[in-house]
Design a protein around this ligand. Structure first.
Ligand SMILES: Cc1ncc(C[n+]2csc(CCOP(=O)(O)OP(=O)(O)O)c2C)c(N)n1
Ligand SMILES: CC(=O)[C@@H](O)[C@H](O)COP(=O)(O)O
Ligand SMILES: [Mg+2]
Length: 675
């Protein structure tokens, strides 16, 4: 999440706010209160008061989201859109699907959840996306972009045969419309003919600026609208000069004719069988109501192209590099709890009783700086992102190496296949992508990369639990969905040094590599100096602590949790070994066989679903080994989706994969085996 919140008190108050206190600040939300009093209140309110509703709603969002953090720019941009939708439709009967649904906060306010905003994205609090568990008017729990038109098409097709089917509306952003699945949906719906309204919320922004030719096309329509306005002004001016007016007017008509043939707004959609309406002012709530009422009566797919400002009403938005896409939660909400017996480890491997474990740079920053070093060393290295330059830490990289950086927009499938093409041509592409969003391109990972055995490196960020975004964003399936693919090397660094070493390795290997790392910080102090570390070769684990009866095989960013648990147990006289597995594929089977023979308990620890992850790989490997006497305990995420939490650490604790969970597992085993 980017966008530091503006200084307190800089919240703008709309000019015509209904009531002001004596120092000029608007007071309360009388219209939002009224709307909450009855589900039909918004539809019964005098139409000329709708702009006031929008002002209150925007003011509320600014105050609420700046105090908790969350998605801001997108929500500020759809205030009028959402008020108009809820004015025209009754979504207790009609159906609305918000694409990605990060922009559904106004919808949540208008559907009785204003009181939940102080708990937004916090443990046990309101979800940051639509969620059917919260309201009957939230049809899906979403978070991945591009699928709203498909979902809406399904809803419409299911009721098309009914005598009076509900209206179905999809709200999709300009960048999400660029996702392949969105065009798959338009291609089908445009020919099938069921009634469906698609509201295109075009603000010319993704998280960063929108990319791709569709974005440029939409901007041309937008600028064409500007052109139209200019034409009108020229027309008015000329009309005011009677002498030359007629001659120039005729010329203007010719110019207009040329333009009409060059940019017929929306013809791309019309060619798909979609009725294009627009471009419309996405902040003119009265016009939007009229257009939605008209669209409701039309047959087939109607696309309303609305032009909005991402971050409208936020004083910093016009100059913010991501139009305040996200407001950081204040420290008071997400500061990690001080761990009571935190340990500061020192390079020599010894341990100091200590103050809190200092957080190092983020795993994202560690990857980004390693990649910058590689790009300078090897001209074949290129970086590919799918609409997430800042989330993957590559904004500066893009500025430094523009020719080696490719943001393909929200088109993960294309990005992965393009990487395969680059690798085939001799480049060394690195696909920097959230683990959860790589799922969108699984078939390309299989066919275009693994089957061809091409040297593509997947830098899987947010691999693990992500905290406030919840189950749509937890990257907890990648070991399972990649481990079954032949030719893949899978690894996970415990710290920044190994992140760099694994990237170096991946760029040397001839086949595909997946490197996973979570949202959050690397250890501030690294346990073993680089010069003393085991060579970074596929299938070689590294012993960090020797123990007696019990050994923990930890994978990736949870290695520090294993060390913390081992240090605590050591203080209780229980000597537990810790091995940094480093590779989930291939496993270090030689070291594993040895440990299975020489210990009574081997614990695997990973930030991934238990099913199919690193622990499963160990179990499969152990089942083929002779003389293994150790019991194996797989510590991972249980078989259910993990709800959002204020902090990722809470999710780790909830799943029993933090130091406490490891310590409990060891003590329980020893107590049971003593009996
Ligand atoms: C498949 C997928 N890829 C990437 C993302 C990350 N993401 C969330 S919102 C967003 C930008 C969406 O832009 P747009 O659709 O224009 O909506 P806006 O935020 O501008 O309203 C991106 C890239 C995602 N949620 N899903
Ligand atoms: C809505 C969406 O998918 C992104 O905005 C996502 O929430 C970013 O996640 P991070 O905050 O982990 O970068
Ligand atoms: Mg957009």
């Amino acid at each position: 999440m980017s966008a530091p919140p503006p200084s307190p008190g800089s919240n703008p108050v709309p000019a015509d706010s209904p009531a002001l206190d004596d120092d000029g600040a608007a007071v309360g939300y009388p219209l939002l209160d009224l709307i909450e009093s009855s589900p039909d209140a918004l539809r019964e309110l005098e139409r000329e008061r709708l702009p006031e509703v929008c002002d209150e709603l925007r003011r509320f969002l600014l105050e609420a989201v700046l105090s908790t953090g969350g998605h801001l720019g997108s929500n500020l941009g759809v205030v009028e859109l959402t008020v108009a939708l809820h004015r025209v439709f009754d979504f207790r009967r009609d159906r609305v699907v918000y694409d990605t649904s990060h922009q559904a906060y106004p919808h949540k306010v208008l559907t009785g959840r204003r009181h939940l905003f102080p708990t937004l994205r916090q443990t046990g609090g309101m979800c940051g996306f639509t969620n059917p568990e919260e309201s009957e008017q939230d049809l899906f729990h979403l978070g991945h972009a591009g699928t709203s038109i498909s979902l809406a098409t399904g809803l419409a097709r299911a009721t098309a045969h009914e005598p009076d089917p509900p209206s179905v509306v999809a709200v999709i952003g300009d960048s999400s419309l660029g996702a392949g699945v969105a065009f798959e949906a338009l291609n089908d719906a445009g020919s099938a003919g069921e009634k469906l309204i698609v509201v295109l919320n075009d603000n010319e922004w993704s998280i960063s600026r929108s990319v791709g030719s569709l974005g440029r096309y939409l901007s041309r329509i937008r600028s064409n609208r500007t052109l139209q306005r200019a034409q009108q002004e020229i027309h008015n001016l000329i009309a005011s000069i009677p002498l030359i007016g007629d001659r120039v007017e005729r010329t203007l008509d010719q110019v207009r004719e040329v333009l009409r043939h060059s940019i017929v707004a929306g013809h791309v959609f019309e060619e798909l069988g979609v009725t294009y309406v627009g471009p419309l002012d996405g902040h003119d709530v009265d016009q939007l109501v009229s257009r939605l009422e008209a669209a409701r009566e039309l047959d087939g797919v109607v696309l309303l192209h609305t032009l909005t400002q991402k971050g409208k009403g936020h004083p910093d938005a016009p100059t913010h590099p991501e139009r305040v896409h996200a407001a950081k939660p204040p420290k008071s909400i997400t500061a990690p709890r001080a761990t009571p017996e935190s340990i500061k480890v020192q390079p020599s491997g010894g341990c100091l009783e200590g103050t809190t474990v200092e957080a190092g740079i983020s795993h994202t920053e560690a990857f980004a700086s390693a990649l910058a070093a590689e790009v300078e060393r090897d001209p074949r290295v290129h970086a590919i992102v799918a609409g997430m330059p800042s989330g993957t830490g590559l904004v500066q990289f893009a500025e430094r190496f523009p020719a080696r950086f490719h943001d393909v927009g929200i088109t993960e499938q294309h990005g992965v296949a393009m990487a395969a093409g680059m690798a085939k041509a001799g480049l060394r592409p690195v696909v920097a992508i959230y683990s959860t969003f790589l799922q969108r391109a699984y078939d390309q990972v299989f066919q275009e990369v693994a089957l061809q055995n091409l040297p593509v490196v997947f830098a899987m960020d947010r691999a693990g639990l992500v905290g406030q975004d919840g189950p749509t964003h937890n990257g907890v399936f990648d070991i399972a969905y990649l481990r079954t693919l032949p030719n893949f090397t899978l690894c996970a660094p415990r710290d920044a040094t190994d992140a760099r070493r694994m990237l170096e390795l991946g760029l040397r290997l001839d086949g595909p590599t997946g490197i996973r790392y979570p949202r959050g910080s690397c250890p501030g102090r690294e346990r073993v100096h680089e010069s003393e570390r085991a060579a970074m070769v596929p299938g070689l684990a590294e012993v960090l602590l020797e123990g007696e009866d019990v050994v923990i095989w930890a994978y990736g960013a949870l290695v520090p949790e294993a060390i913390l648990a081992a240090e605590r147990l050591r203080e209780r006289g229980i000597l537990v070994g810790v091995v940094d597995a480093r590779f989930a594929k291939p496993l270090d089977e030689e070291r594993l066989a040895k440990d299975l023979r020489s210990h009574r308990l081997l614990i695997t620890l990973e930030e991934h679903q238990r099913a199919g992850g690193f622990g499963s790989a160990v179990l499969e490997s152990a089942s083929r080994m002779r003389g293994a006497r150790a019991q194996i305990r797989v510590l991972g995420i249980p078989d259910r989706f993990q709800d959002h939490c204020t902090r990722r650490e809470e999710q780790l604790a909830r799943c029993g994969i933090d130091a406490d969970g490891v310590e409990r597992t060891v003590v329980q085993f020893l107590e049971r085996s003593r009996v």
